[in-house]
Design a protein around this ligand. Structure first.
Ligand SMILES: Nc1ncnc2c1ncn2[C@@H]1O[C@H](COP(=O)(O)OP(=O)(O)OP(=O)(O)O)[C@@H](O)[C@H]1O
Ligand SMILES: [Mg+2]
Length: 294
């Protein structure tokens, strides 16, 4: 069992719900747990029915919640990388610092994503939490995030040729090349962290569009050397009591068999509940299904 569990999948399939239930589970086991969202339109607070707008909120005993929004990313990125990247950048372009930070963190989403991975790595290395449950945005964005560390590294490869021709400004303590070397190492470390430190759970529903996406998600993960450890098939109709539900349940069973035969991962079925899942009581029902024996 790894200490960081990431939830990914198509939009609206139940990633946040499953992440929240998983976080409650670890907290109930007595582990100091953080549930963190890197979705810029997060819904964790709503699911836990929290009013507080604090950056870090205590949900229940042993469970903390943090949502990293666009503003936090800008702030944190600025603190960690801003000055350094600006030094390199301003050796080439004439740009104000404020403008530069805004540019990098909003217009270049890749840098933002790489930062997220790095932020989680540091959080994990700090040992502050025993478990970190990571809720993400719909698949496309998440995959971009996972691809980032290796992509940054790739893009830095021709950098020495370009930057060796530049004279670093006098303010710089290190040469541009040294700074870039540092980023390369950081990218490698972040990639290693994703491979070794993170467990991936893919949430899906038993419908054609979602099942068709699984192959491409699996392939993308493989191409970065990452493995999907679990699949949750959500919103499955278990006790159909009308012709309508019988018909839907039959359709779902076809896709469930398909997923079972195509993918060898540990798979769990989560039933469709007759209500939306909000608040810790209902999340605990989800937890019982995800972590029960059945
Ligand atoms: N098994 C279920 N039974 C009933 N309702 C469910 C179930 N799973 C999820 N839901 C409901 O579906 C909605 C979407 O769930 P959730 O927010 O967890 O999805 P998501 O994948 O995180 O969405 P997004 O891609 O927008 O982040 C919520 O209203 C949630 O209560
Ligand atoms: Mg969500």
């Amino acid at each position: 069992m790894k200490d960081i569990i990431m939830f990914c999948g198509k939009g609206g399939v139940g990633k946040t719900t499953c992440a929240a239930a998983t976080a409650l589970h670890y907290a109930a086991e007595g582990k100091e747990t953080l549930i963190i969202s890197t979705d810029f339109t997060p819904s964790l607070r709503d699911i836990f029915e929290l009013e507080s707008g604090e950056k870090l909120v205590r949900v229940v005993e042993g469970l903390y919640l943090a949502e990293i929004g666009a503003e936090e990313v800008k702030e944190l990125w600025d603190k960690k990388f801003g000055a350094e990247v600006y030094e390199v950048f301003s050796a080439v372009v004439d740009i104000d610092y404020e403008e530069f930070v805004a540019f990098v963190t909003t217009i270049l989403p890749g840098i933002r994503d790489e930062f997220m991975v790095d932020y989680l790595r540091e959080l994990s290395e700090s040992g502050e939490y025993e478990k970190i449950v990571w809720d993400t945005a719909p698949a496309g964005q998440t995959l971009g995030l996972l691809r980032m560390p290796s992509l940054v590294n790739q893009h830095l490869k021709p950098a020495p040729r370009i930057y060796s021709r530049l004279k670093a400004s006098r303010r710089m303590k290190r040469s541009v090349l040294e700074v870039i070397k540092g980023w390369e190492e950081l990218s490698n470390r972040d990639m290693e962290f994703l491979k070794k430190g993170v467990e991936f759970t893919l949430v899906t529903i038993a419908e054609a569009l979602a099942v068709r996406q699984l192959d491409s998600i699996f392939h993308e993960f493989q191409s970065y050397g990452l493995n999907i450890n679990h699949i949750i098939i959500n919103q499955v109709i278990e006790k159909p009591d009308s012709a309508f539900l019988h018909s839907k349940a039959r359709m779902q069973q076809g896709y469930i068999s398909e997923i079972a035969s195509r993918y060898g991962n540990e798979q769990r079925i989560l039933p469709l509940f007759p209500y939306e899942i909000k608040g810790t009581e209902r999340l605990k029902e989800v937890e019982r299904v995800l972590f029960g024996d059945g």
